[in-house]
Design a protein around this ligand. Structure first.
Ligand code: SF4
Ligand code: FES
Length: 210
């Protein structure tokens, strides 16, 4: 924001204000993700006085660049659609209270639900790039989240089929960078291992559920 107030080039010439995305400004939406001092993170929650100076700011590298610090994360949202990462309910009438979940599952689902599709886990993943089709840890973790819900589990076959297709869970190279980088401390490697187990089961016995 300081740079935007007085945008100048390296040699002091006036230039256009820098462009970036942001929305919540409270570490919830993930829109402001960028590479700050060579680490992918959210600009809104990165405190300037705790950074080495001078500060370097760059756009994330795994998504198409729109302009300056703004990237296009549509691929993440398209992969969530392909993986059916939502719970289908008919909202046209009152369905009553949802199914009960035990406290342990609730706690785990809450943690997984804090994903803000920020793209940081994709940015640090060696398997995720503009020339590969890997969906990345966040999408796999959302499949786990939806399959953990009794209503969501009704469509688990479709999600697991997507996870077994091109760019699915088998493309994970187990680098484990994602779990170290996730700003929400989501247990991404556990999610990948869990969805891996689910796809193996689905491959062997999924036909029994049809
Ligand atoms: S899993 Fe973590 S790093 Fe990946 S998109 Fe979600 S919040 Fe960001
Ligand atoms: S603006 Fe929403 S996370 Fe930074």
């Amino acid at each position: 924001m300081e740079i935007r107030k007085n945008p100048v080039t390296r040699d002091g010439k006036r230039t256009t204000p820098v462009v970036w995305d942001s929305n919540c400004l409270e570490h919830v939406c993930g829109a402001c993700s960028m590479v700050i001092n060579e680490q992918a993170r959210q600009a809104c929650s990165t405190l300037v006085d705790q950074l080495d100076q001078p500060i370097s700011i760059a756009p994330m590298t795994k998504f198409p660049l729109v302009r300056d610090l703004r990237v296009d994360r549509s691929r993440v949202f398209n992969d969530l659609k392909k993986s059916r990462a939502w719970i289908a309910i008919d909202g046209t009438y009152n369905l009553g209270p949802g199914p009960r979940l035990d406290a342990e599952t609730q706690e785990l689902r809450y943690k997984l639900s804090t994903c803000m599709t920020c793209g940081v886990c994709m940015e640090v993943c060696p398997q995720y790039s503009p020339v590969t089709s890997f969906v990345g840890a966040a999408v796999i973790s959302q499949v786990r989240l939806m399959n953990l819900h009794p209503t969501g589990a009704m469509h688990s076959n479709e999600r697991l089929a997507a996870m077994m297709g091109e760019g699915g869970v088998q493309d994970c190279g187990n680098a484990q960078n994602c779990v170290r980088a996730c700003p929400k401390q989501i247990p991404l490697t556990e999610s990948i291992a869990d969805v891996n187990r689910q796809t193996t089961w689905h491959g062997l016995f999924g036909w029994l559920k049809r």
